[in-house]
Structure formats: C-alpha cells, structure tokens
Ligand binder design. Structure first.
Ligand SMILES: Cc1ncc(COP(=O)(O)O)c(C=O)c1O
Length: 308
C-alpha cells in the first residue's frame, strides 16, 4: 500500500505516522464511526474525484443516522481532500474519510463523546484483482445474513456494521472463494461484502431494491443510470438465490471493486463476462477516467495548487 505522507486529522495536516488516537476512543470499542470509500482517477482534466459530493452526502447521512453531527462542513472535508491529493502527488488514489466518536466517557452512551474526523489517501489497485476485474470472480453465498434494519441500519456506512462483512469475507476466503454474497433477512439476494449486485437475464438487468438490506451504493446508482442510458430495462426487485446461479450474466459494483463480473456462485458456473456486463463496464470505465463527456459532471477535478 503506497500511502501519502500526510493525513488530515481534526482539521490539521499531520504526518502519516503521527495520526494517532487514544486507545479508549469510543469507536475502537463499540464501532461508533461512519466512513466513506471514494476513488480519484487520472483524467485529461487532472485528478478527478468520482462522485465526491454524493459520497460526502452519504457520509453526512450515515453520521445523522448515528446521532452525530459532522465536526466539519462537507465543503471543508472536500477542500481538505483536494489538498491531501495535491500534496500526495498521486494521480489516482483511494480516499478514506472517517468520522467517529472519540475519547471520552466509556459505556454505551456515546452522546457525550467528541466527534472527530480524518481523511487518508493511498494508492490502491483493483480490489478483487486485475484478473478478477477482467475475467470475473468466484463467490459463495455466505452463511451469514446481511444485517437487517430491525437490528442495524443497512443504509449507514458505519464501522461496527462491517463486522458482518468481515465475517462473510473471511468465511468466503477460507472456503476457497474470492467473495461472498449475503442474503437478506428474508432469504433474498442482498449484496456482496462491499459491493452491490446485478443479475442479467434475457436482456433485462435486475438488482435488489433498497429494502433488501443493501448499502445504497453510489456505483450502483451510476451503473443503473449507465444501463438505462444504454437502453436496457433495469428493474429493482427481490432476487432469489437460484436466479444468480441461473443468470446469463452477473456483476458486482462498488468503489473498491469498480465493476467486477461474477463468473461462478457456489461452484455453479455462470460463465465468462457477457456482452451486457462488458458494455456497461466499458462505459463505466470511461466515466471514471473522464472519457465520457456525458458524465463529466461526476468528476470533481482537484484544483492544481498555485505556485505563489
Ligand atoms: C456493504 C457495501 N455494499 C455496497 C457497497 C458499494 O457502495 P459504493 O458503490 O458506494 O462504493 C459498499 C462499498 O462502499 C459496501 O461497503
């Protein structure tokens, strides 16, 4: 992992190795943090942060759902991120903002603990591997169900909630797969450990609805729009487990994995990436790298610092 020299921590730029918190930080004990995963890409116009505002809006919403006010405005976090990227010299990178309950009273009531914030950036390649992104990955259906809204908040990107994804991920790796697909509390397909899922059958594209315990993925929305703009019928509806195995094509979307095809589920072959997956992947890749003028507004180009 090639990291930047600096981290933005509570309003200051500090050296990477000095970005520290107290061991009694509330979030370390109880998972009371919310975060984002964002990517910035090299484009002809400069380094472009993909759908930056949408990520900052989701960060604020996740914080709100956990009764936290952001300690800095979204504009301040955006500016800090721009500066961090400019000072890192990275042409493309992964961006991790985190907002958390800090050191203060111990116990389950976090409301008296300070809310802190940081942003870190580092260079990060294909999350599920180059090979996986090109030719597809193998997944299993997890024995763990995706967190449901009667016990947690699937719509929030909250640190503690990721224990669910971590267990599913470990289980999938230990049993010889690259990824896990989790069912929702009703037994319908929900999503991957850090990805949304799309199933193609008979030329129509299906994806689980907001009520299937999913994270409202920004790349999910992006690929839905691209699919519709390409003229495909895209339907949000519950998906049965067998539909994934019997699909013509299946793909995953997420900031980390971008668009990664699924070629096998539970040792049943779906097949190599199909034509619809390939077409959406190509346009999506163009959008990420600033080659799709119709989606230019999705890129927040990092200003070049003046040499005053
Ligand atoms: C559980 C989960 N689902 C879906 C996604 C995809 O969301 P996005 O496209 O906004 O990265 C992510 C990644 O953030 C995730 O962690």
């Amino acid at each position: 992992m090639n990291t930047a020299d600096l981290i933005w921590l509570n309003g200051e730029f500090v050296a990477w190795e000095d970005a520290k918190v107290h061991v009694l930080t509330h979030a370390m004990h109880y998972g009371t943090g919310v975060f984002e995963g964002i990517r910035a890409y090299e484009t002809e116009r400069g380094t472009g942060v993909f759908r930056h505002q949408d990520h900052l809006d989701r960060l604020e919403n996740s914080a709100k759902l956990y009764y936290m006010d952001l300690p800095f405005s979204k504009e301040q976090v955006r500016d800090a991120t721009h500066e961090l990227i400019a000072r890192s010299g990275f042409k493309s990178c992964y961006i991790r903002p985190l907002v958390w309950r800090g050191y203060g009273p111990m116990g389950l009531n976090p409301l008296e603990n300070p809310v802190e914030a940081m942003v870190a950036v580092w260079e990060w390649g294909a999350y599920l591997g180059e090979e996986g992104q090109q030719n597809g990955v193998r997944a299993r259906v997890s024995s763990y169900r995706r967190i449901s809204s009667d016990s947690l908040i699937p719509h929030a990107k909250a640190s503690g909630q990721y224990l669910n994804s971590v267990l599913a991920k470990i289980e999938s790796l230990k049993s010889g797969y690259e990824e896990a697909i989790l069912l929702d509390d009703q037994g319908h397909i929900s999503e991957g450990t850090g990805e949304n899922i799309f199933v193609v059958q008979g030329g129509t594209i299906y994806t689980p609805p907001q009520t299937a315990g999913i994270l409202d993925g920004i790349n999910r929305k992006t690929c839905m729009q691209i699919a519709r703009d390409l003229g495909y019928d895209l339907v949000e509806r519950d998906i049965a487990r067998a539909e994934v195995a019997l699909a013509d094509e299946v793909f995953l979307t997420g900031t980390a994995c971008e668009l990664t095809p699924l070629r096998e589920i539970d040792d049943i072959e779906i097949g190599p990436p199909g034509p619809i997956t390939r077409e959406i992947q190509r346009v999506f890749d163009d959008a990420l790298h600033g080659r799709a003028p119709q989606y230019a507004e999705w890129l927040d180009v990092v200003p070049v610092p003046s040499k005053a």
